[in-house]
Design a protein around this ligand. Structure first.
Ligand code: F6R
Length: 625
């Protein structure tokens, strides 16, 4: 969602903030702004649209001060416009916010009654007004000899502590004041917020990415915490103003991720990084000599936990949820343990029953998705063991979990997930084997066979990537269809759904993923000669059945695009386009199938002229409900 950067130090705040915002732009990109001290006052510059518009506006701007804040926005309340862009400035206070203030209407009415003049339609501006009002009231109280709480010398901090009980909802907020040019105050409930501690400067960011070009020493704020930065020092407090001791963490991220490496887009670079992403995901957990699975660095005794589980829950959102569905098939088929895979926003409100000895697996690339985080907390309270599959170490979900499997996919900048998807599938391959092994239902022979299949996957993905030009050449024709149905069965069905999601988010075309056998129960009515039917038809025991489903679609005029394995005369005959993948078994085939559906969406979107790295209305890290 929105990106936040704050800087207090000797450098030019404009450069530091713009560099930080650049690395956060993938989080939200409908408008951006900065507020930087200049001759004792905040100078605010904002622009609608991508960050480039703000950079252009800031080109000839100079700032004399050493304190500034910046923001990239993903609109929640109020349309994307310069007027609604952050920072919000009220009476010498400047504020940026990520999240949603749920009691927005009540606060708005109260502030308007109180004479506040609102400039924007946002919920965030209301918080700036609340703080400004409290700063004024605090000044009056001090004048009357009735000062702030003991130990709180900053008027800004005192005001924040007083208004906190008024805020309901999710927020990460950074606020600064002209009257305290050596102070930043930040606080959170929900979305991430991180303090960066440099040798001669202090930073605040909504993501480590914004801080690592300057410092590797960070403090992760937890919900209910407030940080006050004063000069080169800081302290973390709870809502009552009591000091909390926090760990200073050294992160090992590098700042060189934001390069496209010769590719036209981050997304296609990340698609082509999948062989390496899969290899890096599995490497720590495979014993090459024995061709066996040995999950390592999980953080709890894996063998003991997995042997004792009676039920598995997998919870995630979007593409991550589709990987979870593949995981459900794999674990049930190999380990014979019942698995429920849920969308996090449904799970958290459906009053689920988590029996004793449940393993709860959360899947989240970012580790910040608000619904998944809430589901993790629920499951934890219900007593389940939490195993997080995540790409971002120390992210909010990672910090809540008991055990950890890292995707190790490297930073994913393209908003549409690609390499994190494959890395997760590969981890789920290994996890399903580990559960089966712990349950005593997997022979050493089968284990070695499956492990060898997983080890072979990176090279096979490489082969599939060589078919890139197939959809590049077909894109012009494909973009003329009115809609797409993606079909698959078994482990291939979630990949069909992933293909449809990719096309929706990148090409803005209507697409649906369906279980091939369900076609006759309704969707068949959609088929005519303007409808593309993209079908995953591997040579497996359901091949004939899926082929019959395709014949039914073909008979009604559907334009068949099939993705199968090896030679298939019959498939080629009924298909407009037929793409042959290497002949591999069900266990790792999803890792290969996802590549062409990513490339199809990518090339169609490019031929439509869309911004594939930052599709409209989307954000990389979804930290609101
Ligand atoms: C789609 C996509 C999203 C994410 C979803 C969950 O291409 O990227 O659907 O998969 O927002 O995000 P994480 O995995 O960060 O929880």
């Amino acid at each position: 969602m929105c990106g936040i950067v704050g800087y207090l130090g000797p450098k030019n705040p404009k450069d530091v903030i713009l560099t930080g915002l650049k690395s956060l732009e993938y989080r939200g990109y409908d408008s951006a702004g900065v507020s930087i001290l200049h001759e004792g006052k905040f100078k605010r510059v904002r622009a609608e649209g991508k960050l480039g518009n703000l950079s252009a506006k800031l080109d000839g701007e100079a700032f004399s001060g050493h304190l500034g804040i910046g923001h990239t926005r993903w609109a929640t309340h109020g349309k994307p416009s310069e007027r609604n862009a952050h920072p919000h400035c009220v009476g010498g206070i400047s504020l940026v916010h990520n999240g949603i203030i749920e009691n927005y209407m009540e606060l708005r009415e109260e502030l308007v009654r109180d004479g506040a003049v609102l400039e924007s339609e946002t919920d965030s501006e209301l918080v700036a007004h609340l703080i400004e009002r409290e700063v004024r009231a605090g000044g009056d109280r001090a004048a009357a000899g009735n000062g702030a709480a003991a130990g709180v010398s900053s008027a800004l901090l005192a005001a924040v502590l007083r208004i906190l009980p008024r805020l309901h909802g999710a927020y990460a907020i950074l606020v600064v004041s002209e009257r305290e040019p050596d102070t930043m105050v930040a606080f959170k409930n929900g979305p991430p917020l991180i303090l960066g501690v440099g040798p001669d400067a202090m930073y605040v960011g909504s993501d480590v990415m914004a801080l690592v070009p300057y410092t590797k020493k960070v403090v992760y704020l937890d919900d209910g915490e407030v940080v006050e930065v004063k000069g080169r020092s800081y302290r973390v407090l709870d809502h009552s103003g009591a000091t909390i001791q926090k760990k200073l963490v050294e992160v090992n991220w590098t700042a060189d991720v934001a390069s496209k490496g010769g590719f036209p887009h981050f997304m296609v670079k990340e698609i082509f990084e999948q062989p390496r992403a899969v290899a890096q995901a599995i490497q720590p957990h495979v014993n090459l000599q024995k061709s066996s699975v040995e999950l390592s660095g999980v953080g709890f005794d894996v063998d003991q936990v997995l042997a004792g589980i009676e039920r598995v829950f997998i919870v995630a959102c979007g593409s991550s949820y589709y990987t979870g569905l593949v995981g459900e098939y794999m674990i049930e088929r190999l380990a014979k343990v019942p698995v429920e895979c849920d969308i996090a926003s449904e799970f958290r409100y459906r009053h689920p029953v988590l029996p004793k000895n449940s393993l709860f697996i959360s899947i989240s690339q970012s580790g910040e998705t608000a619904d998944t985080l809430a589901a993790v907390r629920m499951a934890k309270q219900a007593g389940a063991k939490i195993l997080s599959i995540c790409n971002v170490k120390n992210s909010s979900i990672d910090r809540e979990a008991d055990g950890h499997l890292y995707m190790n996919a490297g930073t994913e900048i393209g908003v549409a997930s690609t390499k994190a998807f494959s890395a997760t599938l590969a981890l789920l391959n290994l996890l399903s084997l580990a559960v089966a092994k712990a349950k005593g239902v997997l022979s050493a022979e089968d284990e070695a066979k499956y492990v060898r299949e997983v080890l072979a996957a990176p090279a096979q993905i490489e082969t599939v990537l060589n078919l890139d030009k197939f959809f590049k050449q077909a894109a012009d024709k494909l973009k003329s269809y009115k809609g797409f149905l993606y079909l698959g069965r078994g482990v291939h069905y979630p990949i069909a759904m992933e293909g449809a999601l990719k096309l929706k988010e990148l090409a803005y075309m209507h697409a649906e993923g369906y279980a091939a056998g369900e076609m006759k129960h309704g969707p068949l009515a959609l088929i005519d000669d303007k409808m593309a039917v993209v079908t995953l038809v591997p040579h497996d025991d359901l091949y004939e059945k899926t082929l019959s489903n395709l014949e039914e679609a073909k008979a009604r005029g559907g334009q068949i695009i099939s993705i199968g394995t090896g030679e298939s005369e019959r498939l080629e005959k009924i298909s407009q386009y037929y793409l042959a993948l290497p002949e591999v078994g069900w266990f790792t085939l999803p890792l290969l199938e996802v590549v062409p559906v990513q490339l199809l969406a990518y090339h169609v979107a490019c031929s439509l002229g869309h911004d594939v790295d930052q599709p409209r209305n989307l954000a990389k890290s979804v930290t609101v409900e």
